[in-house]
Design a protein around this ligand. Sequence first.
Ligand SMILES: Nc1ncnc2c1ncn2[C@@H]1O[C@H](COP(=O)(O)OP(=O)(O)OP(=O)(O)O)[C@@H](O)[C@H]1O
Ligand SMILES: CCCCCCCCCCCCC/C=C/[C@@H](O)[C@H](CO)NC(=O)CCCCC
Ligand SMILES: [Ca+2]
Length: 573
Amino acid sequence: MEIDSVRVESSVWIGNKRYKALLSGWYFSWTEIDKRNRERKTISVPVSEVIGVKEGRVEIQTQKKVEDTDLDFTLFYVKRNGHGLSWSLGRTQFCCPSRGVRDQWTTQLRTALKTHSPSRPHRLLVFINPFGGKKRGKQIFHSLVAPLFELAGISSHVVVTERANQARDYILKKDLTGFNGVICVGGDGMFSELLHGVIGRTQQEAGVSEHDPTVMLQPCDLHIGVIPAGSTDCVCFATMGINDPVTSTLHIIIGDSQPLDVCSVHYQNTLVRYSVSMVGYGFYGDVLAESERHRWMGPLRYDYSGFMVYLCNRSYPGLVQYLPADSHISSPRDKTRCLSGCRVCSESKERLFPHFDSSSSLYSTNVSQCNSELEGEWVTIEGRFKCVSLTCMSSSCPRSPEGLSPSAHLADGTADLIMVRETNPLGFLTFLHRHTTKQDQFDLPFVEVHRVKAVRFSLPPGEAEEEEEEYEKQADREIQTSAERELEDPEKLFCGNIAGQSQQHLAGWKERGSETSRLKRQGFACVPCCTKPRSVSVWNCDGEILPHTEISCRVHGQLVRLFARGIETSTMQ
Ligand SMILES: Nc1ncnc2c1ncn2[C@@H]1O[C@H](COP(=O)(O)OP(=O)(O)OP(=O)(O)O)[C@@H](O)[C@H]1O
Ligand SMILES: CCCCCCCCCCCCC/C=C/[C@@H](O)[C@H](CO)NC(=O)CCCCC
Ligand SMILES: [Ca+2]
């Protein structure tokens, strides 16, 4: 074996073939040597993508030695499948000329791993939602994720949730010393719990008020990992290009880090929620409200509700104000894609954190600095809309592989505002259908899209009041349905539900005065949706219904970090 400061090299055998194994810089590679001593095919693995090195011949599942030998070692690493977005565990058994050479290889590889992957997590806090998606969260964790964590030497503390918001409250209140990240096994709703926990905790510790809509929030160090086991899995899909539990686990193990923009949603001077995916009014709000009544259908509830709401053919009056982002940097119609290592996102860092102090890793929460992000001329648009949506990222998901806004960036400090004006049913169907193809959904005369830093939504005064009065009369005639009876006890509706909302959320509803009437007005009254004239829809915020209509939203660039790397272009091994 030859070892110098930058290279380790020796002959090894894989099966009955001889190879030259080489550890050089950031890569470990092995090249087949044929009988005439000529070099053949090389396989090369970045050290940063090595998952583990074990003495002997070790099986993946059991991690037990299948044969006790002093000459062998087994290398586990990231293997790319298909187009490269799906990752699996690669495994190769090497046989060395002597035990000494074998021990040197394992030592050298482990040392290289420590040097080249300093940001790998060692201890993780895992929350499993046993009821998310197809209710396979526990099985996914124990059969696919836990064995990989063990192989990589990561210890985890696992909490199987017993109620909604348990994960959020745990992160907000418990001692998190020693954890390098928090992981959810579930859908976007579970991710949202972790998001609220991590952001809330970071602001508490930094003494920053989350309710102040003008404050610069403290970026969060604790990484979030998402093992997809939900219905939409939008956050996972949009940050990895796939929703696959093994791929997510491998990204977590190697300590990938992807910053993510977060939108804060305020009602007056109170924080309502954070969003990373979609804040949507009109169609998407109605679909969510309708789907909550069909949770028993599982992931199919969205297709059913989407169809029902489409048939209702509603549009809503609204006044939308937005603060445009710098159009010289990027635009929602520039046909680019935010991919791994995205230039637009990396160049945004300096603009977003001009006063970052690298010595203390702290960001100044200077108000004037934050206000500079809120500078510019607001634009006002009034009209009737089929839907108004704001998305910080593409929001691609298996249902819509290109997403709500295909050219949106994960970490550029902006969001895309999509306004779909009132149109005929065929026009709106064309718009929806284009979400499932590569056709441009913005190339329609009734659709507008803008890249923005902040948005305000309100009801146009005269029109809304008139329609609401009319609706009130109509709603009073419709009080007899079973679901409405439930609404007389809103707590029952929310907390008895699998997606039970937080007490804080409920308090938001209660604050609004005559709640039953309000809920009816907002479409929670569970009568066939088409029978009701409505002038007001609800906001869908990453899959949660907001208790307010007139909201303001602001993008906080790169506020959190995920164990992900964005979508890679094809890189086959
Ligand atoms: N033990 C539990 N009982 C009831 N609700 C829970 C529990 N644990 C978590 N929740 C809530 O369930 C909601 C939905 O869960 P999750 O996001 O995992 O699945 P999903 O709704 O099927 O997927 P998606 O959000 O991708 O559509 C979350 O908002 C979460 O707060
Ligand atoms: C003719 C064919 C018509 C097909 C129409 C497909 C349109 C698909 C657009 C998909 C947009 C997903 C946006 C992401 C939203 C998530 O933050 C949220 C939480 O998981 N999901 C929903 O609200 C679930 C809401 C799903 C709405 C459909
Ligand atoms: Ca963005």
